[in-house]
Design a protein. Structure first.
Length: 327
């Protein structure tokens, strides 16, 4: 048993994952697609060691003994069972994006933890299997394992709900310009949100149309058709937030500046900029634009007093092992 460090990028979904057909296995209600966010990553070191008497977890240099540790231990249990490991592990993880910037970190974190944990055990698992294991830690983490543009399949069986790449980072030169409007921790995390998705009457309709939207979105990406892309990406984000807002109890992730930026983005597009918005389970607005328009979009966002920070990410790679040492 040894030590390994892996890096995985965060990702932004264009067709969203919201709600599970099986919460324990994180088998999603619908398939989803995303782009890895180059430069916004988690780097995680796993050390399996005979002398340890328990798992432990450090995040950004601070020891986590609460809910974070519980989730990491549950994921280490998955790896222990699959790889027949009897030892405990020391896990250390760092995000390079500003902590608490409201950028979902669980996708990058569980992709990196999965890939580092397997490598540190000397295991050679297929990319497909790594995506299914990462999914058990956080659904969207399955999409941070393969490179570039990624589809995650919905299925009834663990092995069948995997993610795979349908485009490299060079497939389309688009950029995520993220307008950070709040750095507060979200009041209701994604895991609890997924579990309440079915309490919205709108979830059935959202799920029923997801495959068709996914087909349109994928085609728009592969054809570099920005108008078609913007139309389906904004619609899919609006549908997910409609489900959130109509769940019981309702989940409102938007803040006033969120709506203001969504409005501006639609206006800028009407004026000729190739930009559209999509939002995850939080108030920050991901403005997806073609590379040539990224500078002006980020300039306009920075000019707004409501915007605390702007992060820019091009399409990124899949998860990678950086170092392995097995004595
Ligand atoms: C709104 O993958 O964070 O970002 O499986 O409970 O960890 P858990 O949920 P998570 O959900 C992501 C939801 C989303 C949409 C998406 O990324 O597809």
């Amino acid at each position: 048993m040894g030590t390994a460090t892996a890096r995985a990028n965060a990702n932004i979904a264009f067709i969203k994952y919201w709600g599970n057909r099986d919460d324990r296995l994180r088998l999603p209600a619908n398939p989803s697609i995303s782009m890895n966010l180059g430069g916004l990553f988690a780097e995680t070191t796993v050390r399996w060691e005979e002398n340890l008497t328990a798992d432990s977890f450090g995040l950004n240099g601070k020891e986590d003994t609460g809910a974070g540790l519980t989730r990491v231990v549950a994921h280490l249990d998955v790896l222990r069972r699959r790889l027949d490991i009897a030892q405990f592990a020391r896990v250390e993880s760092r995000n390079n994006f500003p902590t608490g910037a409201g950028i979902a970190s669980s996708a990058a974190a569980f992709a990196a933890l999965t890939v580092a944990g397997a490598a540190a055990a000397g295991a050679q698992l297929s990319e497909r299997e790594l995506t299914t294991i990462a999914r058990l830690g956080s659904g969207s983490a399955s999409r941070s394992v393969p490179t570039g543009f990624v589809e995650w399949y919905a299925a009834d069986a663990h092995e069948e709900s995997y993610a795979e790449s349908f485009g490299t980072p060079n497939t389309w030169d688009i950029v995520d310009v993220i307008a950070v409007v709040s750095k507060a921790h979200k009041p209701v995390g994604s895991s609890a949100g997924h579990q309440s998705a079915n309490t919205s009457d709108l979830q059935t309709a959202r799920v029923a149309g997801a495959e068709e939207r996914l087909r349109q979105c994928k085609q728009a990406i592969l054809n570099h058709d920005f108008a078609a892309f913007a139309d389906v990406v904004e619609h899919d984000s609006n549908l997910m937030h409609a489900v959130m807002m109509t769940s019981r109890p309702p989940l409102f992730y938007w803040l006033p500046p969120t709506l203001m930026i969504m409005d501006s983005v639609r206006q800028w597009r009407a004026d000729g900029l190739r930009v559209c918005y999509t939002l995850d389970a939080g108030p920050n607005v991901h403005c997806i634009c073609v590379r040539e328009d990224a500078a002006v979009v980020s300039e306009r966002l920075r000019a707004s007093s409501e915007v605390l920070d702007v992060l820019i990410a091009p399409p990124g790679d899949g998860a990678q092992v950086l170092t392995v040492s097995i004595p």
